[in-house]
Write a protein that binds this ligand. Structure first.
Ligand code: NCD
Ligand code: ZN
Ligand code: ZN
Length: 346
């Protein structure tokens, strides 16, 4: 038996959805995490401070009694976002960050941004007031190969934003490529990146083992092994510019196992045991705390959490629960299908 104690982790990229899904998935995150950034891509999206306030109330009602958890709310950036609302909502603590989805890049992103130039004045205002920008970093041109969309976004869009507004706090979310790790490492001090457990655990072969595996389909799509290795290297190194954002993204099984299946992996339930196993496999369990509990808080200029959690490695593999049941529907829980020996005690 091996045991470690770490500062209670934060998850800097979470999809809670709404209604029955919200109620079912919130406890899966609040069990182990102290704080999360909540994604605004509902239908319709969270477009302003008031939407964020109402959504936060619905989330707070779903937090189990006696559990300490702080949801940090975001607004979905469109070409019509109101500058004053952004400023006021930030000043009043209603929102924590603003999310940029290139229109059509991912699940529920239809009202996202088509023309980056149109939102530059908003980004300037955000820079002035210190409001962070979170980015789904993929171009959407139909002619660009799905595996190249992140790299081209960095070359054509992110680099432009970073050069124009070096003081803007930016998170390139759920990075998936070696190119992204390089750009972030060499980039300015206000630029950092989040990484998901599934992009650390799997490469793109996982989507096609013996047939098509819709539960491993997410965006940005899983990449080649050399890219996974690059992500692993920066994550386990403790580099302060990289931190956990699980991108836990629940969809009903019937929506994923479909003629046109949804993108998204629901990983909240076992993400920490999986990460502990991955770090341990590379003899880097001592850097887990930086990745899951310290680096993100540092980037967002927040204090570290006071609470701690314990992780224990036993000699028996943990048995994964397969589904979250919601009435007669279900959500499949991410399982990387390698042995995991770590579990968590709060
Ligand atoms: C996310 C979702 O389902 O909302 N899906 C995904 O594949 N990652 C959207 C996103 O984070 O891009
Ligand atoms: Zn995304
Ligand atoms: Zn996401």
């Amino acid at each position: 038996m091996e045991e470690i104690e770490i500062i209670k982790p934060d998850d800097w990229h979470v999809h809670f959805r709404d209604n029955e899904i919200l109620k079912a998935v919130v406890p899966e995150t609040t069990r182990h995490f102290a704080r999360s950034i909540i994604m605004p891509n509902l239908i319709p999206p969270i477009l302003n401070g008031n939407d964020a306030l109402q959504y936060r109330k619905r989330i707070e009602q779903a937090i189990p009694k006696g559990v300490n958890f702080k949801p940090f709310m975001t607004v979905y950036l469109t070409e019509n976002t109101n500058q004053n609302d952004l400023k006021e909502s930030y000043k009043n603590g209603l929102i924590f960050a603003v999310k940029l989805y290139p229109a059509g890049a991912t699940t529920n992103s239809d009202s996202g941004v088509k023309n980056l130039k149109k939102i530059m004045p908003l980004l300037e205002t955000m820079t002035e007031v210190g409001l962070p920008l979170l980015i789904h970093g993929e171009v959407t041109d139909k002619g660009v190969d799905i595996f190249d969309r992140e790299k081209i976004f960095i070359d054509q869009k992110l680099d432009f934003i970073c050069k124009k507004l070096p003081e803007l706090k930016i998170t390139l979310e759920h990075i998936t490529t070696k190119d992204a790790t390089k750009y972030i490492k060499e980039g300015n001090k206000n630029l950092a990146a989040s990484i998901t457990p599934h992009h650390l655990a799997l490469n793109r072969n996982a989507i096609f083992v013996g047939g098509i595996r819709p539960h491993y389909y997410c965006l940005p799509i899983l990449k080649r092994e050399n890219h996974r290795q690059a992500l692993l290297k920066v994550a386990i190194s403790g580099n302060k510019k990289f931190f956990l954002g699980t991108d836990t993204a629940p969809h009903f099984v019937h929506d994923k196992e479909s003629d046109c299946g949804c993108a998204g992996v629901f990983n909240a339930t076992y993400c920490l045991p999986i990460l502990a196993q991955i770090f341990d496999n590379f003899d880097s369990i001592n850097n887990l705390e930086s990745f899951v509990s310290k680096n993100g808080a540092l980037h967002y200029r927040l204090k570290k959490n006071k609470e701690k959690i314990k992780l224990i490695k036993s000699n028996k593999e943990i048995i994964f629960k397969k589904f979250i049941k919601i009435g007669n529907k279900q959500i499949k829980i991410f399982n990387p299908e390698f042995p995991v020996y770590w579990h968590i005690i709060n």
